[in-house]
Write a protein that binds this ligand. Structure first.
Ligand code: BG6
Length: 481
């Protein structure tokens, strides 16, 4: 059978700088937000410390040492057949304090080397400008995106990297999972409003006013850099990035259906409507009023947003959730969000409900709404892996997850969805964003690194490595033979 994916479909994997690079204080890099997060676990929140304590383990400090091993890693990606690699730039490698007078040349040249290496292997980089981190100094001085000053500071950082990498990078995403900024967890990761969060079990309350104002600043910033890119670099393609949590009504009670619609509006459409359509959605005013949000929207903001419509829509998809209004409705956990349990679905060891058909539904819903090219830029499962005595790693659960989701995408493409690429989350084991764990492994490539900080960093191919290689080789057709 011929492939259901179009010729030229882009296959690859995705990582974020703070979760893989390590080398947190090397070559002039400044501390970033994630360098202040300790390790955590399932049901055990990561802590934030203002000072870096000598006796505490901060997993992002070393990551998987991608900084020194990127050549080996990219060669392994090429061996699987990647033609796309999503990664992020660590802002604090370029501007150690966020707004320094001059960029850090050593940081800039590191990404030159990474992009050159990708290109030498025929891999197109897809670069996230802000993936859950910013220079820590901006937190101290501005409390992250709570301050409007961040807009200009971010724009300058983006202008610097656009100019530098204009011949090496064509695909850019502004903010990773921007829609997570609507919640307290998102305030922590997405908008870095972490002042006061320090200390075990901090109960700091983040108000909707703070969240939505910070998001407004990000929308303006995103609009401005997308416009800048379009004006100066016509070869660039600019995308948004949403964490798509597909919600189903827990029952057919109209109250549940309505609550689900509201949740889809809040979680999935609010941000992407702004970034794709260039304006706040029609229901925003009522939502703000009901949540005591009064946005400070300055002259020119809506122009910046309108001018900064993205060229393609990207999203992460890991699971679906349910929304219910009845007392017996039970919750399950994601990393940035919580949703309702679904009795028809299995879940991973971390409680993420596995739903490949949901991906087909999501793709159809998103495409029906926006009709612009789509990319799935994160999809994967965190699991415990065991290394056999002979060094092999058998991970049939990951292969099953991969194949079922690729099949769902193939169906969506056949439905008519313009899907142009797919990047598996964590093609190589990296530090978990939510829990800081290494043992929550996503990779097709195993990394010998453990939660107590030990390990040789040796890379090993898991069974899933060969499964993905075959999928790429046949452009997905092997799943139908
Ligand atoms: C997404 C993030 O929310 O999920 C990634 O963009 C993250 O940074 C991924 O790693 C998986 O989540 P976790 O918490 O298992 O690492």
């Amino acid at each position: 059978m011929d492939s259901m994916f179009p010729e030229g479909f882009m296959w690859g994997g995705a990582v974020a700088a703070n979760q893989c690079e390590g080398a947190w204080d090397v070559d002039g890099r400044g501390p970033s937000v994630d360098d202040h997060f300790t390790g955590g676990g399932y049901g055990k929140a990561r802590e934030i410390t203002v000072d870096i304590k000598p006796d505490v383990l901060y997993p992002n400090h070393d990551g998987i040492d991608f900084y020194h091993r990127y050549e080996e890693d990219i060669a392994l990606f090429a061996e699987m057949g990647f033609n796309l690699f999503r990664m992020s730039i660590a802002w604090s490698r370029i501007f150690p304090n966020g707004d320094d007078a001059e960029p850090n040349e050593m940081g800039l040249s590191f990404y030159d080397r990474v992009f050159d290496c990708c290109r030498a292997h025929g891999i197109e980089p897809l670069v996230t400008l802000s993936h859950y981190e910013m220079p820590y100094s901006l937190v101290e001085r501005y409390n992250g995106w709570e301050s409007r000053e961040l807009i200009d500071i971010f724009e300058r950082y983006c202008a610097t990297v656009f100019e530098r990498y204009q011949d090496k990078v064509r695909y850019w995403l502004t903010f990773n999972e921007i829609n997570c900024g609507t919640s307290r967890m998102g305030a922590l990761f997405e908008t870095s409003m972490i002042r006061g969060f320090e200390g075990p079990g901090s109960k700091v309350v983040v108000t909707p006013q703070q969240c939505y104002q910070a998001l407004h600043h990000q929308f303006v910033a995103s609009g401005r850099v997308v416009r800048l890119a379009h004006e100066r670099y016509p070869q660039f393609k600019m995308g948004n990035m949403d964490c798509f949590i597909l919600s189903y009504p827990a029952t057919c009670d109209p109250a549940d259906v309505f609550a689900t619609q509201q949740e889809m509006n809040r979680m999935n459409w609010y941000c992407s409507d702004v970034q794709v359509r260039g304006a706040y959605p029609y229901y925003a005013k009522r939502y703000w009023a009901e949540h005591d949000v009064e946005l400070d929207i300055r002259d020119g903001d809506m122009r910046d947003i309108a001018d900064g419509k993205v060229d393609f829509y990207t999203f992460s998809y890991y699971m679906s959730a349910t929304v219910g209004t009845h007392e017996d409705h039970k919750l399950t956990q994601g990393n940035m969000s919580f949703g309702g349990k679904n009795p028809y679905l299995e879940a991973t060891d971390w409680g993420w409900q596995i739903d490949p058909l949901g991906l087909r539904i999501a793709l159809n819903e998103i495409y029906a709404r926006y009709e612009i090219p789509l990319m799935v830029v994160e999809n994967g499962m965190g699991a415990f892996d065991e290394v056999e005595e002979d060094g092999s790693i058998h991970d049939p659960y990951r292969v099953a997850y991969l194949e079922s989701h690729v099949k769902a995408m193939a169906e969506a493409v056949t439905d008519g969805v313009d899907l142009i690429g797919y990047t598996w989350w964590g093609p190589i084991d990296i530090v978990s964003a939510g829990t800081g764990e290494m043992r929550k492994r996503y990779g097709f490539i195993h990394v010998d690194k453990y939660d107590d900080g030990t390990g040789t960093y040796e890379r090993r191919r898991k069974d899933s490595f060969f499964a993905y290689k075959k999928i790429i080789e046949t452009n997905g057709a092997c799943l139908y033979r």
